[in-house]
Design a protein around this ligand. Sequence first.
Ligand code: HAM
Length: 430
Amino acid sequence: MAILKAVRGTRDLLPPETALWNRVEATARAVFARYGFGEIRTPIFETTELFARGVGEETDIVSKEMYTWEDRGRADSDKGQSLTLRPENTAGVVRAYIEHKLADTGMLQKLFYIGPQFRRERPQRGRYRQFWQIGAEVLGPAWSGSDSALRDAEVLEMLATLLDELGIKGWRLALNSVGSSTDRPRYVAALREALAPVKHLMCEDNQRRAETNPLRVLDSKDPNDQEIINGLPKIADYLDDASREHFEQVKAALDACGVAYTVEPRLVRGLDYYTRTTFEFTVPDGSGLGTQNALLGGGRYDGLSEMLGGPKAPGIGFAIGEDRLILTLQAQAEAAAETKLDVFIAPMGVERNAEALRLAQELRRAGLSVEVGDGTFRLKKSFEAADKLARRMVILGEDELASGILTVKDFAAGEQSKVPRNELAEALRR
Ligand code: HAM
């Protein structure tokens, strides 16, 4: 019979790697709590219309990458509807903000999420069809201060803190402003004009984008088109005074906090809802991501709520590619030692198994992580198993049980010591 496998672009996460995932998520939760964020959990599928309206029909995500199906009605009288596995979570969060009338609280909403997203992209290292995002959104009515540049800088400073606490080395922050909803049409018109005489020289995708959504030409990676793209007008020259002032305030607040950044005039990002601040954090080549060096991305979306039929609710947020974060940590070799257990208990003889389990119970209840061997193992086999799994081994033989003095082997120190049983938990904690 043919062996069944996980679907292309999806993967199983197994121990010990999942310990690293949990550590990353625990650190993110702890950092988010310090900045006043609460967790939101939205459904994994939504109506297709949400993403078409929110993310934009002409984006790669909506036009090529969504998992969409026609969901049949249960009865003849029920209408079917088009549903989609979420390719990102900002649209879902804003939908929930509108649906639960969070605007009525008058308060700034600071929400974070951790969960899978789905995009039908060509799988490669750091790019999957089911991938995880750790994201956050700050939004609310304008009088809650949601459009203030302070919020942009706070979110960026929080990300710098999180990446530092996780031990990510060499990250870079690329920053831009794509202007307000009034700046944008002027810029898009200028782009159209500049593209008109040269677009026939570009790849087929860019020829189409030049017509339908010229902004998307800027994030094209086609190497043959880069020279033309580099010569196109820059959005910075089309910002009105208010957008320019907003961007200056974001930069000044980052300078005050000592968060380094580079302004990248072409960083417009691949989703249509962005206004004003956009950003990406990348890691240096050789950090385990291959060509996918964007660790996370985000920006401001002051018009998204209205695009979805809600009240005016300026906002800013980001999503970290958790898969990419993990690959980077592994490549930067931070986390190797942490997956080892505190202790391995080696019972000498099957008749010691029950006592070994009782000792494990005692130590686990004292908060230690413990694995138990088996009385059928010879001492050599116990040593080998223990060395792979744990930092220390406790030998449980007839003499040890009779005297209540246990032998503890510490693998890193290469030392063996005798410890009274009632002091064992304390000794292992050190
Ligand atoms: P995005 O840039 O499309 O933004 O995705 C954010 C991050 O998710 C990327 O930087 C990358 O690390 C990760 N990512 C995206 N696609 C894949 C994939 N196929 N495999 C692995 N990782 C991937 C958003 O999704 C916006 N919702 C972010 C945002 C929140 N903007 C405002 N608020």
